[in-house]
Design a protein around this ligand. Structure first.
Ligand code: NAP
Length: 494
């Protein structure tokens, strides 16, 4: 099988790692299918990337924002034209089914067009002064060189959430994509260059978290780290950044829940549960890993869900018949298996699944059967910890108050959902949920780029990606006072 060689993009040129070391990336649905060989970079490559990013800052900052936006607009157009080819590659390297891979790229397209428009806005404010003949306004300043560290589960959407707003705000950036999905990231950077991005404005450095991510976080010239990944890694990054006064935005794990009340449309809820729990093989930060059912409808809905989960078609995401692809790698397969054992030891009842799936062609990949536990209590580890696989924990409750209490009863705070036809109950939940995102009569997944995305508690650190809120991550507010009175005026005193 062909084994294409991919490269870093540093200092305006495609290049190998300085050490010459490489790593291979494989298709998680078929370990024999090698996606390619990539540079195994380290601190030396990061150093060169930072020097180049620093050298291009001034020029990029002089480029008028509408011109920066036009480049992003062209990126959106190229992504649109190449959507199918990019989706095929993404499915091969990440495993998500083709329909979802197209959605991943569509999110990057949406983000490109949305952020391109910001080139003609980047709005500041004019604000009245308390003193006469004094003018007050706010402007957005760039932050500097941004280190962007992304996970593998949205190989193009998440880089787009970081790279586009970083660039529109006149920063230069270094992208370190997950080493499980480096090919999609490479295509993404190729497209930015094809769209006319000045070459030294964006650098791409492949390699692992410890070898590339850590030097990036620790580099003194990097002013901002934007990270999406696990809470554990995020916490380490945040600790370093706070000690060294670096700006840091973190999007981390989730333990999202769907509540179904007894008055809900159960057909609709069932569709939402299957999509929320098993879409992307449960590997979304917003995946519904807990299902909170009011007792009266619990047994009927569980029975119908079991039927659906047992019949989900597993296989290569490239086949149109496939409904669920593989897990990302062997480590994740082991982690999910371990959580099944933990759940059983805790006394939860395994209704279906709970093991790797090795039928036919699936024996070549990291497939795991859709798994459902019942008799779960909120304090069990399978109800508290992020598993990141197709594992759903069902918790039964008496009423909406108990449902909301259970939904909020984790250290995470990303996405919560409620199914009910009662508007009063829906609004009660909207207010009471402790999460960054709430859905009513829809599952916990389904971001749109024009709305803020992110979570509270252990999920985030107060920032929101996408929408206008992303600009607050990638720019610094500058407050300007212009006194045209010709005399000294003292605020709060005169
Ligand atoms: P991860 O292990 O934390 O890795 C995320 C990224 O950080 C990868 O590029 C990784 O590199 C890098 N990295 C690892 N250790 C590092 C270190 N010490 N310093 C700097 N960078 C380091 O997370 P993951 O397993 O890839 O992704 C799954 C997690 O992401 C889940 O917890 C999920 O909930 C979360 N996620 C959150 C959101 C959100 O918006 N809230 C969205 C998607 C995913 P390598 O992997 O290449 O070594």
């Amino acid at each position: 099988m062909a084994n294409p060689k991919f490269l870093n993009f540093i200092d305006g040129a495609w290049c190998s790692s300085k050490s010459g070391k490489t790593f291979s990336n494989i298709n998680p649905a078929n370990k024999d299918d090698i996606i390619g060989t990539f540079p195994a970079s380290d601190a030396q490559d990061v150093q060169k990337a930072v020097e180049s990013a620093a050298s291009s800052l001034e020029e990029w900052q002089k480029t008028p924002p509408p011109k920066r936006g036009e480049i992003l607009f062209r990126v959106g157009e190229i992504l649109q034209n190449r959507k199918e080819e990019l989706a095929q590659l993404m499915t091969r390297e990440m495993g998500k089914i083709l329909r979802e891979a197209r959605g991943d790229i569509q999110e990057a397209i949406d983000m490109a067009f949305y952020t391109a428009g910001e080139g003609r806005r980047l709005l500041g404010q004019t604000v009245p002064s308390e003193l006469p003949n004094k003018f007050c306004m706010t402007l957005r300043d760039p932050v500097g060189i941004c280190g962007l560290i992304t996970p593998w589960n949205f190989p193009m959407a998440i880089p787009s959430w970081k790279v586009f707003p970083a660039l529109i705000c006149a920063n230069t950036a270094i992208l370190k994509p997950a080493s499980d999905t480096p090919a999609s990231a490479t295509k993404f950077v190729e497209i930015l260059l094809e769209a006319g991005l000045p070459p030294k404005t964006l650098q791409l450095v492949h390699g692992t978290g410890p070898e590339v991510g850590t030097p990036l976080v620790k580099h003194p010239q990097i002013e901002l780290i934007s990270f999406t990944g696990s809470s554990q890694t995020g916490q380490e990054i945040a600790a370093y950044c706070s000690q060294h006064h670096k700006k840091v935005s973190l999007e981390m794990g989730g333990k999202n829940a769907q509540i179904v009340l007894e008055d809900a449309n159960l057909d609709l809820a069932l569709e939402g549960i299957v999509w929320g729990a098993f879409g992307t093989t449960g590997q979304r930060c917003t995946a519904s890993s807990r299902l909170i059912l009011q007792k009266k409808i619990a047994s009927e809905l569980t029975h119908r869900l079991l039927n659906r989960a047992k019949n989900l078609k597993l296989g290569s995401g490239l086949l149109s018949s496939t409904e669920m692809g593989p897990l990302i790698n062997q480590k994740q397969l082991e982690k999910v298996s371990e959580y099944v054992q933990i759940g059983q030891k805790e006394g939860a009842q395994l209704l279906t699944g709970g093991h790797p799936y090795r039928e036919g062609e699936c024996s070549k990949g990291f497939f795991f059967s859709p798994t459902i536990f019942t008799n779960v209590h909120s304090q069990m580890r399978i109800a508290q910890e992020e598993i990141f696989g197709p594992v759903l924990a069902i918790i039964e409750v008496e009423d909406i108050e108990e449902a909301i209490h259970v939904a909020n009863d984790t250290s995470y705070g990303l996405s919560l959902s409620i199914y009910t036809q009662d508007i009063n109950q829906a609004f009660h939940a909207i207010r009471a949920f402790k999460s960054g995102i709430v859905y009513v009569n829809a599952p916990t997944i389904g971001a749109e780029v024009q709305l803020p995305f992110g979570g509270i508690k252990h999920t985030g650190n107060g920032h929101r990606e996408a929408a206008q809120t992303a600009l607050d991550i990638f720019s610094e507010w500058k407050t300007v006072f212009i006194d045209h009175s010709g005399r000294l005026q003292k605020a709060q005193i005169d």
